[in-house]
Design a protein around this ligand. Structure first.
Ligand code: TXA
Ligand code: MG
Length: 315
């Protein structure tokens, strides 16, 4: 398959309407989209990404009316989160309508819904005229793509089209909150923080399931965000020495004076989040053996960043 690279949201949307799969930018990471109501097109996403069939997809909507096409009810608390955080980097899990083919939600009776705020994504979704399911546009298990070039790296020749945009603004995937039962549960940390969520919904719980627990959010049990290099988490002022640093890299907030092959010092947790996945990919291109990642405080987006780092460090 030849993968078309285009800057035109209308051209990319035409391919969605024809049953194709199209990568597109959002404010979090690039997604790989298909018409949610076209089961054959949705199946192509799983094939292209080598995604396990038990991992449900998030439906992306252009407007609030499309949420009603996908769901049977919107509980009060979900409505509050939608009012406050849509459009933006928040996914709300709701009971799904029968119109949604089971393959899109891995057989679950719920569906994750999100309305991106990214301008090009919104133009694309509006032109599609249908909700678009989209996981991150990477080969399963790899770091999510934050540039269109990273999408090419993983999926060139495997998808119909890439809608070309800038590097994504946030760099980590959306916050996921399950609102299908009471109390709502934070399933995946993202740039909408638990502090912000609790201001809107004080009863918000945090998912405590282990990796083996498939029930609440199947995606959480799968391996994620991993470069080929080994990930080593380090405290800000811990010494890194002894071993051969020649083929290792470092990313964090604190300046280091060691001889790493590649170093990225970020000025904030936001910048660290923005840079992380592309840094992982760059280290893989350079065949770096190990990447030291500085631990940071788990407030605001720091909680999401630490979640991704811990998962990447799991072997
Ligand atoms: O920022 C994002 O969310 C990006 C962009 C493209 O929107 N998408 C993304 O999708 O990260 P994906 O498929 O890589 O991650 C979706 C996560 C998975 O952990 C999945 O298990 C969970 O959301 N999820 C999706 N639908 C769910 C549902 N019905 N119930 C529980 N968890 C769900
Ligand atoms: Mg993903």
């Amino acid at each position: 398959m030849k993968t078309l690279v285009t800057g035109s949201p209308a051209e990319a949307a035409e391919l969605i309407k024809k049953g194709g799969i199209v990568a597109f930018p959002t404010e979090t990471v690039y997604g790989l989209g298909a018409n949610v109501f076209d089961a054959d097109a949705v199946a192509k996403i799983f094939a292209a990404k080598l995604r396990p069939a038990d991992n449900p997809l998030i439906a992306h909507v252009a407007n609030l009316a499309q949420i009603a096409e996908l769901t049977v009810e919107i509980p009060q608390i979900a409505q509050k989160l939608i009012d406050q955080f849509f459009p933006g980097p928040l996914t709300v899990v709701l009971k799904r309508s029968d119109a949604v083919p089971p393959i899109a939600t891995a057989g679950l009776d719920t569906i994750g819904v999100r309305m991106p705020r990214h301008t090009l994504a919104r133009e694309f979704l509006a032109a599609c005229g249908t909700p678009v399911v989209a996981p991150s546009a990477n080969i399963s298990g790899r770091p999510s793509p934050t540039t269109w070039q990273a999408v090419i790296e993983d999926l060139d020749g495997r998808i119909d089209c890439i809608l070309q945009g800038e590097a994504t603004e946030i760099g980590l995937e959306s916050t996921v909150v399950d609102c299908s039962a009471q109390p709502p549960v934070l399933l995946r940390q993202g740039s909408v923080s638990i502090e912000e969520l609790r201001r809107a919904a004080p009863e918000m719980a945090v998912y405590q399931g282990s990796h083996g627990d498939a029930v609440r959010s199947p995606g959480l049990k799968h391996k994620h965000y991993s470069p080929r290099a080994e990930i080593r988490l380090v405290d800000p002022w811990a010494a890194i020495s002894g071993s051969d640093l020649e083929n290792t890299a470092y990313i964090g907030l604190t300046l280091r004076e060691s001889e790493f092959a590649k170093v990225r010092i970020c000025s904030s947790a936001e910048e660290y989040s923005h840079e992380l996945f592309e840094f992982f990919r760059e280290c893989d291109r350079l065949k770096i053996a190990a990447i030291y990642c500085e631990r940071i405080a788990e407030t605001g987006i720091g909680a999401a960043l630490m979640d991704r780092l811990r998962r990447a460090a799991e072997r």
